[in-house]
Design a protein. Structure first.
Length: 195
DNA sequence: AACCCGATTTACT
DNA sequence: GTAAATCGGGTTA
């Protein structure tokens, strides 16, 4: 059935991995769900933390693939990325909650279902991800991404919250999902359509 | 200063 | 229901 994604899956350009992750299942401890929104960042990318080379914060982006890069955003949220090729990673922006929902609701405080994991900060709060998870390898017990159950209709759009390289269509969404942080814009591109 | 954001309020279709 | 405005708040380089 759903096998864990192997390390070579991640050892590719982040934009490819980001698109292919849509529809896969993220598991953190007892909770998880279907990945419905991602963004790619790489070493040639002015919007990426890695563009100026390694620093203490972004060290994980230069480490092995299939590991977590977790950083603090705006002083109060954590953001979860999965490392791909050197200096690149995929930001996990939203999942459709599938299991461990009570645990996630408890960590988030009462929040409506479609907002439980809709956004990078909400998602890490729901899953209990913090800076302590930076550098953590996938496939460690209770931390995994599983293959998609079936083909998923994916669209590509502009990334959110950046001021550099805004035109790169490196945000990927499950078409029609109600669990994304923001719906696609008018100029979102069809990316991969199941046949 | 700038930042890969979220919760809340206020205002509109 | 979307859209804009506002504030909160740590860390980076």
């Amino acid at each position: 059935m759903n096998a864990p994604l192997p390390t070579p899956f991640f050892a590719r350009p982040a934009a490819e991995v980001a698109a292919d992750l849509i529809g896969c299942t993220l598991t953190v401890g007892e909770a998880g769900g279907l990945i419905v929104e991602t963004e790619a960042y790489d070493g040639t990318d002015p919007a990426s933390h890695s563009v100026k080379g390694p620093t203490r914060r972004n060290a994980s982006m230069f480490g092995p693939p299939a590991h977590a890069y977790v950083y603090r955003s705006y002083g109060m949220h954590w953001c979860l990325n999965l490392v791909c090729e050197p200096a690149s990673a995929v930001l996990i922006r939203a999942i459709e909650p599938a299991f461990g929902i009570e645990a996630m609701e408890h960590r988030r405080g009462l929040s409506t279902r479609h907002l439980l994991c809709a956004g990078p900060g909400r998602l890490t709060q729901a899953l209990g991800i913090t800076g302590a998870d930076d550098g953590r390898p996938l496939a460690e017990a209770g931390f995994a991404v599983m293959t998609a159950a079936g083909p998923v209709d994916v669209v590509a759009d502009r990334r959110i919250g950046i001021s550099q390289a805004v035109e790169r269509p490196w945000r990927f969404l499950a078409a029609g999902s109600r669990f994304v942080s923001r719906p696609p814009t008018r100029d979102a591109l069809p990316w991969r359509v199941p046949r």
